[in-house]
Design a protein around this ligand. Structure first.
Ligand code: ADP
Length: 183
């Protein structure tokens, strides 16, 4: 199974990804985690990415696509992409990569949460990019650059929208219901 999570910052993508990886054994690729590791290790990609991340902006497509291409080969028995794609250009690049492997996406799960709730969640999390000004920028980036993916994947017929307000367990139960259709 090849699965993508789309949703605003704070929607719970990382938390739910851990549940899925535990129960379904998928290879998990979080571009946010990969970029944070690159920043920490001060690699050339990390040094380039850091300034965008600290400003709440998206890292340039070619940088992120490079990170994904490098890691996707590890995904033999399916994958869960979390935080990628985040732009239409990234989605098109992903479609192309997966078409070459003859392994298209099965499902895209949108985790929907209203902005005011996201703001509260992120402000209490305390990561370096979780201060109010940067959070605002990340939400703007989401609505302008990432939300168009909802239309993109609705058109390809693989989008499932989940209301992601509720406890972690409640949201996970909804996700499982969707995934169990693909087993
Ligand atoms: P969140 O979903 O909470 O914003 P992530 O860990 O997914 O957290 O991403 C953190 C930051 O990493 C983003 O604000 C952005 O700067 C960068 N980033 C992660 N994935 C991508 C991507 N696919 N394209 C561009 N930038 C990305």
């Amino acid at each position: 199974m090849r699965l993508v999570f789309v949703g605003p910052p704070g929607a719970g993508k990382g938390t739910q990804a851990e549940n899925i990886v535990r129960d379904y054994g998928l290879f998990h690729l979080s571009t946010g985690d990969a970029l944070r590791a690159a920043v920490k290790a001060k690699t050339p990609i990390g040094l380039e990415a850091e300034k965008y991340m600290n400003a709440g902006a998206l890292v340039p497509d070619e940088v992120v696509i490079g990170v994904v291409v490098e890691r996707l080969d590890e995904a033999k028995s399916g994958c869960l992409l979390d935080g990628f794609p985040r732009t239409i250009a990234q989605a098109e690049a992903l479609d192309k990569i997966l078409a070459e492997k003859n392994s298209p996406l099965d499902v895209v799960i949108e985790l929907a949460v209203p902005d005011d709730e996201l703001f509260t969640r992120l402000a209490s999390r305390g990561r370096a990019d979780d201060n109010p000004d940067v959070i605002k920028q990340r939400l703007v980036a989401y609505h302008t650059q990432t939300e168009p993916l909802v239309d993109y994947y609705t058109k390809s017929g693989i989008l499932k929208k989940i209301d992601a307000v509720g406890t972690i367990e409640e949201v996970y139960a909804k996700i499982k219901k969707v995934l169990d259709e693909y087993k």
